[in-house]
Write a protein of this length. Structure first.
Length: 146
């Protein structure tokens, strides 16, 4: 392996750990030389790493937020985005957040929501990783189809 291949591997890994769907788009370009198994292995590894890293990091951030910002009773302002997240949370729960995290929501934001609302659920992390594995298997099929 030469220097450029290693650099490309590291950049794709970091990209897939944060912006999963965009990394898939890059890996599916006709100019790249990745086969199906390489793409799936890279996406599962990087996505799982990103889920674990951001889940525990945002869990710690949530603890710090709760420590330093006391709960105040204010009238909440609901924006369009807030309503969408609350609707997903109430209607689909953790599975909905896990399914949408790699596709529509970035991995850091999805992990923040999961650790914020489902921190006490012992299956939160495995369900989030299962969402990444599901999309890592489905997305590269596009390259096989064309």
């Amino acid at each position: 392996m030469d220097y450029t291949a290693i650099t490309e591997f590291i950049l794709i890994f970091l990209f897939a750990a944060t912006k999963f769907a965009m990394a898939v788009g890059y890996m599916l370009l006709p100019t790249t030389n990745y086969n199906y198994l390489e793409i799936v292995a890279m996406l599962i590894t990087a996505g799982s790493f990103g889920i674990c890293f951001f889940y525990y990091t945002t869990g710690w951030i949530n603890i710090q937020i709760n420590k330093f910002l006391p709960k105040k009773k204010k009238k909440k302002v609901f924006t369009r985005g807030n309503r969408r997240f609350i609707k997903i949370k109430n209607k689909y729960g953790l599975v909905g957040i896990a399914a949408l995290t790699p596709v529509l929501i970035s991995i850091p934001l999805g992990c923040f929501l999961a650790s914020r609302y489902y921190a006490k659920n012992k299956f939160t992390l495995p369900i989030m990783i299962a969402g990444v594995v599901f999309w890592a298997i489905i997305f590269p099929l596009i390259k096989l189809a064309y």
